[in-house]
Structures are given as C-alpha cells and as structure tokens.
Design a protein around this ligand. Structure first.
Ligand code: NVA
Length: 309
C-alpha cells in the first residue's frame, strides 16, 4: 500500500523516531541516500505562498538524486480547471511522489486517494507536519532529548502549527501546552487525538488559557504568525486578540532558564514575537529553517523505500 505523510500522526512513535534518526544521519552525510537517482521526479505544488518549503524541498530532492518539478498552483488551478482526482492521476504518471501546499486537508486526502504515489503535506490550513518534524529535530539537537520535554506554543493554537505540534510533540513523548484566546481553541478532535496518543507515549497535551501558566517552566517556547495565510482579512481583530500572547522577554522569563525559543517563520517582529527574542541567544529559528531539508529528505526516503518501519 502506498504510504503518505498527510498529518503528523501518520508516523507512529517508532516511525517518527526512525525518520528523525535518519534526518540526523543525512544532516551529517547529505548524499548517503539516493532513492531518487535517475533523476526521478517529485512534483511540488503550491496553492499558497512559499519560501522555505520550496527551497528546502528543491534542495533536498536534488540531494536525494532527484528532480523537483515545481508547479505554480495559480497556473494549475487544481480543483478549478481540473478536478483534484484528475490532477492526481496525471501527476502520478509523471512523478515518484507529490508534495502539495494547499488549503483544506480534504484536498490533500483526495490527492492521496488518486495519485498512486506517495503524497506529502507541505502545509494545509489544519496541519504543517514537515515543520513540526523540523522543530522536533531542532529540539533534539538543542535539548538532547524529546521525551519528557515541555513545549509551550503561544499564539493561535487553532492554526496548522498549533495542531501539528500537539500531534508530533506527544508522538515524541513531549508535554505540549498550547495557549491562546478562548475563541482560538485548537480543533477538539485534534486535541483529543493528541491526548489519546499521549497515553501511549507518557506525554501530555492540553489547552492553557493563561500564557504565563503555559510558559512556566517550559523547555521550549514556540510561536507562529497570528495571521496564517488565508486569514489576512482578520488581521486587525487578531492583532488585538493575540497581543497578550506575544513572545517577548517578559513572557520568556517564565520558561526554564535554558529554554529555547522557536518560530517556523516568516516572523513579524513586534507582533507575535519581538526582535529581541527572535534575534536573541535563545532563538533557534535558523536551525529550524535548515532542518526542514533534512527531515523532508528522511520523510521521502521513508515513503519511497517502505522503511524505516
Ligand atoms: N501558520 C502559518 C505557517 C507558515 C509557515 C500559516 O499557515 O501561514
């Protein structure tokens, strides 16, 4: 059966650990795995803006010996000019895998149902699992371990990064607290799934209304833009609602004294994060950006080879 990486919990705890292990290996030795030698083609489609995702998939696919076929979603108009099912079957005849950044998760699921080749989520409205894996790799590098670490996400817990860090974090045995205004509670199904997974890994997952409580004693503090792609019309209301959740020095002071600060980028200084924190000694944001390439290569190897199991 064709494997896909559509959401964080498509990887079991053992599979996630294997992918992270392989990512570390590939970071040290980038050309050790060549599953795309030929070169074989990977289709990489974007229905939303991109910088890191395009750059990291293109360079990673090249390092795996393959060719990244970048497709501009505004030209392809998937689901408008041609149905998702038809697009999937056409791409599946040209490419060894499909990587897609799009809107609703259901669009990605339909692509996976018809493509006949592995499909990777390069961000949807609901999840951003490649970024969450890059974050886990970064945490492991800076904290030495994942299981037992406490991660606080402050900002918009209903956004893709809030959801993905809940699922990916507990899969790794972490304690994940997400915090934001009551109107921006994470999807209850995602939180419930994270709590179910946490029972298997000795992690935990919860929503915390108070940002100071959420950050207190945390080993890792993460934020993301308050205005995810597609939410631009709500910018003003969101800026007001989220202000108490800004990741600044005062909030970070409640975390562990050696806590790291994370942001998937792009960052809006003075909004969700201050320049002092982003550019400060605890920030690991550039490592997160680099680690996208390493984890995505490991995911592609896992999808294309059927392992590590
Ligand atoms: N939550 C953000 C992530 C950007 C990488 C967005 O969806 O725009």
């Amino acid at each position: 059966m064709t494997r896909h990486f559509l959401r964080d919990d498509d990887l079991s705890p053992e599979q996630q650990a294997g992918v992270l292990e392989l990512a570390l290996k590939l970071k040290a030795s980038p050309y050790d795995e060549r599953p795309l030698a030929g070169p074989r083609t990977v289709a990489v489609l974007f229905d939303k803006p991109t910088l890191r995702t395009q750059a990291s998939f293109a360079s990673g696919i090249a390092e795996l010996g393959g060719f990244p076929m970048i497709i501009d979603g505004s030209l392809a108009q998937v689901g408008v000019r041609e149905s998702i099912a038809d697009t999937a079957r056409v791409l599946g005849r040209q490419a060894s895998a499909v990587v897609w950044r799009t809107h609703e998760q259901s669009r990605l699921a339909e692509m996976a149902a018809y493509a006949g080749v592995p499909v990777v989520n390069a961000l949807t409205d609901q999840f951003h699992p490649c970024q969450a894996l890059a974050d886990l790799l970064t945490i492991r590098e800076h904290r030495g371990t994942l299981a037992g670490q406490t991660l606080a996400f402050v900002g918009d817990p209903a956004c893709n990064m809030g959801h993905s860090l809940l699922l990916a974090g507990v899969t790794a045995g972490m304690h994940v607290r997400v915090s934001g205004p009551a109107d921006y509670h994470p999807d209850p199904d995602v939180l419930a799934r994270a709590q179910e997974l946490a029972r298997l890994t000795d992690g935990s997952a919860g929503f915390e209304a108070d940002p100071v409580e959420a950050v207190s004693g945390a080993d890792v503090v993460v934020t993301d833009t308050w205005i995810s792609m597609g939410r631009e019309a709500e910018a003003e209301a969101r800026a007001q609602a989220f202000a108490p959740w800004q990741l600044n020095d005062a909030l970070l002071a409640h975390a562990a004294s050696d806590a790291i600060a994370m942001h998937c980028l792009p960052a809006y200084r003075g909004k969700e994060i201050t320049a002092e924190v982003l550019e400060g000694p605890r920030s690991v944001v550039w490592d997160e950006a680099e680690n996208r390439r390493h984890v995505q290569k490991a995911v592609l190897v896992w999808l294309l080879s059927g392992g590590p199991s």
